[in-house]
Design a binder for this molecule. Sequence first.
Ligand code: NAD
Ligand code: ZN
Length: 355
Amino acid sequence: MFRNFKIVPNIIFGRGCFNQLDEILSARRSNHDSCIVFVVDDVFENHALKERIPLKNRDMLLWVNVDDEPKTKYVDELTARVKQHNANLPEGVIGIGGGSTMDLAKAISLMLTNPGSSADYQGWDLIQNPAVYHVGIPTLSGTGAEVSRTTVLTGPKKKLGLNSDYTVFDQVVLDPELTQGVPADQRFYTGMDCFIHCIESLTGTYLNAFSRAYGEKANDLCLEVFLEDGLENADKLMMASYFGGMSIAYSQVGVCHALSYGLSFVLGIHHGIGNSIAFDYLEEFYPEGVAQFRQMLDRQNIELPRNIMHDVRDDQLEKMVDVSLVLEPLWENALGSDWKKKMTRERIRDLYLRM
Ligand code: NAD
Ligand code: ZN
């Protein structure tokens, strides 16, 4: 069976295009009393961007904190606050921030129209009802959350996305100017998320010409951005993120992401940094990608955290192995249909213990 997947129908790209948000949203507002919810990373609370958000009288500005990656509990709380603000459904939910904030906005837009807790929908195609119209506006490039059909959430039992066609944004606004001011290490780690998406897609068994076309371009863009200086690097990285996301939409990620999910669930390590930590030990799976990764690390002067398993208890290590083993499609993409013969609990444990 071929996958028939949904993609974002409307995209605007260019420096300064954020200024057109008001116009884009005015087409959605049904009357003077309409309500649009802006879900914004609180890093912008004292930033000039705050003044540029096109708020109208009944709109809601919802600052969100992403010091921790999005949790189902947090999504449920935020959704309840939106419901409290307005008796009717809002006409739009607009996420402005990095992957975490965009995922929160996606999840809120879904949970406004689907009953229960967001934890009930962690999995594939469990969402029953279409979401409220939702828009993604990245301020940090790399995750591909702006194009994907998932919102990655950590729940009481697992870290797993709400994967569905309804999750996909209705509109994305790609304005590279918004990524100015991202700290250098964060820019690198989130950028490496994109690079690793490409490597895992391009070396995977699920690869087809569609994924290859997007993956190769995104891969080249990442190398340009992190190995050369250029005035258009922010633009290029934003497009790399988008293309990297498109590449994995038709393929899958692999060993690095499977391990990174375990690091995140047990140790709370953020996605981009967890990927970078893990990837440096995966030469046997991705020799060329790891060599390029180290060149970029060097060029960008980034010091990876080391010895992170130093204080980890055995039960925590076992939990990491559990979390990572659940991600069967990732292992299958990386190692083939007989992956279970190649990747045992022992071997995963050994990989973690190197970090
Ligand atoms: P993030 O959203 O967690 O943000 C990282 C840090 O950067 C935060 O402190 C944030 O406040 C700050 N930041 C964001 N934009 C900034 C700006 N312009 N200036 C200064 N600081 C800024 O980071 P991320 O790497 O973009 O996202 C990681 C999250 O995305 C994880 O939760 C991961 O699970 C998720 N993810 C989702 C998908 C998907 O397809 N939905 C794919 C990959 C990762
Ligand atoms: Zn990723």
